[in-house]
Design a protein around this ligand. Sequence first.
Ligand SMILES: C[S@@+](CC[C@H](N)C(=O)[O-])C[C@H]1O[C@@H](n2cnc3c(N)ncnc32)[C@H](O)[C@@H]1O
Length: 315
Amino acid sequence: MTDSTPPAPAPPNTASGAAAGSSGAPRSRWSLGELLDWTQARFAELGIEQPRLDAERLLARAIGCNRITLYTDRDRLVDDDARARFRELVRRRLAREPVAYIEGTRGFHALGLELTVDARVLVPRPETEHLVDWLLEDTQGREHAAILDVGTGSGAIALAVKHGRAHFDVTACDVSPDALAVARDNGTRLGLTIHWVDADLLQGVPRPPDGWVAIAANLPYIATDMIAGLAPEVARHEPRLALDGGPDGLRVVEALLDQIVETDALAPDGAVYLEIGFDQAERTAAMLRARGLAAATRNDYDGIARIVRGRRPPA
Ligand SMILES: C[S@@+](CC[C@H](N)C(=O)[O-])C[C@H]1O[C@@H](n2cnc3c(N)ncnc32)[C@H](O)[C@@H]1O
């Protein structure tokens, strides 16, 4: 894909001569407040959604301070090394790299998981927290349960479930070995034991003797020809394999549902929890009903049905 982003202008730096003081001479001294304002303006010009917040996060990272310090020490002058670090971070953001990749981490779920993320995995989204909450509510009080996260990416769902239910057996798979490496590292760093499996949907994932109590899946669900029109942060930087749901967006989801039925994957009363796109809830619910599962939906923070649950009837 070609990159139409203009070359990244350098943050104020005498070497580039990019900015001048009131006398017209190049500026050599910049305060935290000035850098923040300058960067916010550049980000806003480019249409970046949260220009102030992004500028704060990157400057705080370059300086090695928290965001509050940018305001309490607004007039503090920034040394050359810190400014060079900041220039590099700003250059990446101007190329529309997501802040989560630049920072290398993303918080996920109220349980407070800090996940390492990079270009090998999708940046975990707040919508996905609803899927985790629903699954945790449904399994409350169970002494044991085998849970599977299909298309685990950074490991977000599997790790949040294990964090909330330490006594459950949690398995997670992904068809991308790169993603699985990120997930594995997150599990190790967080001290959460997950059975990681390199697998295309359910193929090669050992079925527990009584079936899965819950299968969670935030699989790719964007229609192929919609991807180019997404925000540059997504279209240019997130893995294609995490986005592309085929011509109608639901090819991978449908293949999973077929495999669930063919392999009798769910335990009696077990359920599959699917995250889907803003206009896919009805189609997904119909797919579930056609396979003998009772469908229900849950809304995201904007009131849009984004999670669909398909429950197998009790035995
Ligand atoms: C939308 S991302 C979701 C990642 C993570 N579950 C989350 O919620 O942040 C979809 C993930 O599914 C994986 N995936 C795509 N096709 C797959 C398949 N056929 N089998 C297993 N995983 C697949 C991708 O590699 C990607 O990591």
